[in-house]
Structures are given as structure tokens and as C-alpha cells.
Design a protein around this ligand. Structure first.
Ligand SMILES: [Zn+2]
Length: 184
């Protein structure tokens, strides 16, 4: 076999094995923190080795290899139960979505009808013109796809179909801020 063909085959087999291994495993819960992360002020760039070090294998597979998480997985079930809050990019902490634009599309992946910070979300039509990919504008992580005109009863009739694995959730503060508290 020609070296180039065998190398391609080995790479292909490796990619398929990664997909199988990651999709077959139970999903880790969505990253959830209680404080708003510091917002990046410039593009976040890391080497492949640095991304592998800072992301879990599932996050790396989706964000850096444009993978897709299993639909209707543990992450999606968790997403459906989450209350009010904000969703940030797990790669760079940029704000992406909010529970205010969340809706139930029954598609098996977290769905939003709009980003909460439009400047942090980039839509790129696939070369074949079939779908529009959605990436984080700050660290270039693959987030999912956006579909338009499906007939959902939302203000935009868009469905941002997002991999929950690459989201970091910050629940809305239910506590009353100190200065608004009634004196005892
Ligand atoms: Zn990002």
C-alpha cells in the first residue's frame, strides 16, 4: 500500500474510533459555575496541545474537531431542567446564549432562537450550502448549526442547535443583592 493511502486510512480509522468512543460513553454533566466568568477582550488562540490540555476529550472533539454530541443524552436532559441563567463558551468564557432565548424544539440538542451576545457567535455556511455552522467568534470553537424558517413559533424562527458539552452554565442569581436587602 502506498504510504499516503495507509496514513490516510490510519487517520480515518482513528477519527472513527474517537467518534465511537466519545458518543458511546455517558456524557459528563454540563460545566456549571456560580459566578460570571471574566469576559475575553481579544481573540483566544491556543495550540492544539493546549486545547487538549484545557478541554475534556468530549469538549475537544466537539469544539476543535467539529464533532456532535449524542442527541437526547444526559447533557440535553440536564439542559431541559435548567432554570434561568447564561451560557458561556467552555473554551474561552465568552457569553453566547441565555435562557431567555431558550426554547424546546424537541430535537435532542439545546436550542436557542438567538444568541444573547451576537458578536460572540459566528454563522458560516457549509461549502455544500446545506447547513450553516455556528462557531464561537472569540476562540473559533465549533458550537453547532443554525437552521432558519422551520416554522417554530419564536421571534426569529431560527434554531441554534448547540452542543451542550461546550457550554458553561451560570444560573441566574436568585439571591437579593446586599444593597436591596430590607434592614432587619
Ligand atoms: Zn469560545
Amino acid at each position: 500500500m502506498k504510504p499516503i493511502i495507509s496514513t490516510t486510512l490510519i487517520l480515518l480509522a482513528g477519527m472513527l474510533a474517537t467518534t465511537y468512543l466519545i458518543q458511546a460513553q455517558p456524557q459528563k454533566p454540563m460545566t456549571t459555575v456560580d459566578k460570571t466568568p471574566e469576559q475575553p477582550v481579544e481573540p483566544v488562540k491556543k495550540t492544539d496541545a493546549e486545547w487538549r490540555e484545557t478541554l475534556t476529550p468530549e469538549q475537544y472533539y466537539i469544539a476543535r474537531q467539529s464533532g456532535t454530541e449524542r442527541p437526547n443524552g444526559e447533557i440535553y436532559q440536564q439542559f431541559k431542567k435548567q432554570g434561568a441563567g447564561t451560557y458561556y463558551c467552555v473554551g474561552c468564557n465568552a457569553e453566547l446564549f441565555s435562557s431567555q432565548q431558550k426554547f424546546d424544539s424537541h430535537c435532542g440538542w439545546p436550542s436557542f432562537y438567538d444568541p444573547s451576545k451576537a458578536k460572540n457567535v459566528r454563522a458560516i455556511p457549509d461549502p455544500d450550502g446545506l447547513r450553516v455552522e455556528v462557531r464561537c467568534a472569540v476562540c473559533d470553537a465549533h458550537l453547532g448549526h443554525v437552521f432558519t424558517g422551520e416554522g417554530f413559533n419564536t421571534p426569529t424562527d431560527k434554531r441554534y442547535c448547540i452542543n451542550g458539552t461546550i457550554l458553561k452554565f451560570v444560573p441566574a442569581r436568585s439571591k437579593i443583592p446586599e444593597d436591596k436587602k430590607q434592614p432587619k
